[in-house]
Design a protein around this ligand. Structure first.
Ligand SMILES: NC(=O)C1=CN([C@@H]2O[C@H](COP(=O)(O)OP(=O)(O)OC[C@H]3O[C@@H](n4cnc5c(N)ncnc54)[C@H](OP(=O)(O)O)[C@@H]3O)[C@@H](O)[C@H]2O)[C@@H](O)CC1
Ligand SMILES: Nc1ncnc2c1ncn2[C@@H]1O[C@H](COP(=O)(O)OP(=O)(O)O)[C@@H](O)[C@H]1O
Length: 494
């Protein structure tokens, strides 16, 4: 089933539709049940303290408490007063199974935390707008100070005090070990420091018609089954000429490794023939790579003028000051093209086409948009959308995780590994993207599949090398990543 990323207002619109359909009560029941199931799977080894706020997030906590209690878990609820009808109804249902409700305040919280081993945070969800009011901030600070080894915090939907739409952490937000998010992911749970605050995130999709969620979604978050379906399947009579001819255009004295890494990425992502074009001495890191050195980029332009074009190009990696001018030349060929690194210059706006993939990291994205990196990092979904509007084609805004923006919408990649934060990793990605373009994928499909393959290969390399992994390790894992994502389908088409 497709998974989605929802903005708080999108979540509210879905809520409103559920309410009009008379289904909101059932959705809250499912939400609370999912939280209880998650908690039971973690086998709580002591009393669970649930904190219920005044909104529907608090209602979810009451439902979770009821399911925990009827399954034999020692659960207690501390609650703020509520006027929300479903929260009140579920407070009654909790009482009906023998649960007691204590008013939530500094003293009752301190008492409850003395014996608890797990806190369930149902204080604030998507209805919260920062800044925190002082009384709530004080409660959250107490829980944050309590949290530690053997004292875990599970947040319902969004950790209290996080702005669901932002990667930044507002002052005083709750820090969770786990978050069970409802209906769709929230941007805060996926990006930046906010995602760190959310801990491990699990999605409880809830039973709403998928089109209701899709219509209000900010972005898709494709599963591996969905990504695997995009990957090319090769027939038994494939040969190197049918697997895509890729050119890598880059390199400059001092940065000659970058195009070589892109070349290896392209080979390991299945490109049939890969040639690195450079004016510098590119190291022949693997014998399968062809390297063509030109005396100057002007000479290269003349040499390639009448030559047959490759199936795809990646350009800009380590290319230096000539990159933007060279990008204009290559973009005019109107073939599938990845524009990366030094070639990512604002002057190229208006020179792209539908088969271009632009691959900025946040610093390059800021340069392209004439803004600061902090603004990009705060809202990667918004930034990727704006970049796509301005530059056309497809934008891969790189990060952990990367965002793909195309005319059909936004997509957030899964996975990756913090060890991938090392030089050369983006060069490898450019090669992968060019290889997929060269194998006939459309630019949006190549981008969605390429970032996931790269991230999956990073996970595999990370398991082996930890933070010591380097871009070449990731390239080596691409074959395995392809097998993982395609469910082992590579090579099976007869
Ligand atoms: N379809 C779905 O996804 C489903 C979602 N569901 C759930 O609904 C949740 C959203 O519920 P919601 O809209 O009732 O808001 P919610 O987050 O509980 O908080 C509202 C309360 O916060 C308070 N408050 C606000 N700002 C504040 C501040 N600065 N500082 C301090 N307090 C502040 C404000 O208090 P008041 O002004 O009333 O005193 C208000 O009453 C969602 O996250 C999910 O858990 C499920 O139940 C069913 C299906
Ligand atoms: N913490 C992380 N989690 C997942 N992926 C990451 C992480 N850090 C970096 N990456 C990935 O590594 C790549 C880094 O790209 P970039 O900064 O352009 O590197 P370079 O220019 O050195 O090649 C991107 O694809 C990014 O998504």
């Amino acid at each position: 089933m497709p998974q989605w990323v929802l903005a708080p207002e999108g979540a509210r619109r879905v809520d409103a539709r559920l309410e009009r359909a008379g289904l909101l009560d059932l959705a809250m029941e499912e939400a609370g049940r999912a939280v209880a199931d998650h908690l039971l799977a973690a086998r709580p080894d002591g009393p669970v303290l649930l904190l219920a706020g005044s909104g529907a997030n608090g209602g979810d906590a009451f439902v979770a408490a009821r399911h925990l209690r009827v399954r034999g878990v020692d659960a207690a609820v501390l609650a703020l007063p509520s006027r929300h009808p479903l929260t009140r109804a579920n407070r009654q249902r909790w009482r009906a199974v023998g649960g007691t409700v204590t008013a939530l305040g500094a003293a009752s919280l301190a008492r409850g935390l003395r014996t608890a081993t797990m806190v369930v945070d149902g204080l604030l969800g998507t209805g919260f707008t920062p800044p925190l009011r002082p009384a709530t901030a004080e409660l959250i600070a107490t829980v944050n100070a309590w949290r530690g080894p053997g004292r875990r915090v599970l947040a319902i939907d969004v950790p209290s005090g996080l702005d669901a739409a932002s990667a930044l952490v507002p002052e005083g937000a709750l820090r969770a070990d786990d978050t069970v998010t409802l209906m769709g992911y929230k941007a805060a749970l996926l990006f930046g420091a906010a995602a760190v605050h959310a801990g491990r995130v699990t999605l409880a999709p809830l039973s709403a018609p998928p089109e209701w969620v899709q219509e209000d979604a900010l972005a898709a978050r494709p599963t591996d089954a969905e990504v695997g379906a995009l990957l090319p399947v090769r027939h038994a009579d494939a040969h190197k000429g049918t697997a895509g001819r890729v050119w890598i255009v880059g390199g400059h004295p001092g940065t000659t490794g970058a195009p070589a890494l892109a070349g290896v990425g392209a080979l390991r992502a299945g490109a049939g023939l890969v040639t690195v074009h450079s004016t510098a001495d590119v190291p022949l890191v693997t014998a399968e790579l062809m390297v063509r050195r030109a005396t100057s980029w002007d000479a290269w332009r003349v040499e390639t003028e009448g030559a047959s074009r490759p199936d795809a190009v990646a350009l800009g990696m380590g290319l230096g000051p000539d990159a933007a001018a060279l990008a204009r030349t290559v973009l005019a060929w109107n073939i599938p093209t990845v524009v990366d690194a030094d070639a990512l210059q604002p002057e190229l706006a208006g020179h792209g086409h539908a088969r271009v993939i632009w691959t900025p990291h946040p610093g390059e994205a800021a340069r392209l948009l004439g803004t600061d990196t902090a603004g990009i990092v705060r809202d990667p979904l918004g930034a990727a959308h704006t970049l796509q509007q301005r530059f056309g084609g497809v934008v891969v805004l790189k990060g952990g995780p990367s965002v793909v923006a195309h005319a059909g919408g936004l997509s957030v990649a899964r996975g990756g590994h913090p060890g991938m934060a090392t030089a050369g990793m983006g060069d490898t990605l450019s090669g992968i993207l060019a290889a997929l373009l060269g194998q006939g994928l459309s630019a949006p499909d190549a981008a969605v599949a390429g970032v996931r393959l790269h991230a999956r290969a990073g996970e595999r390399a990370g398991a082996r090398h930890g933070y010591g992994l380097i871009a070449s390790d990731v390239a080596l894992e691409l074959g395995g990543a392809w097998q993982d994502v395609s469910g082992g389908a590579a090579g099976e088409a007869w």
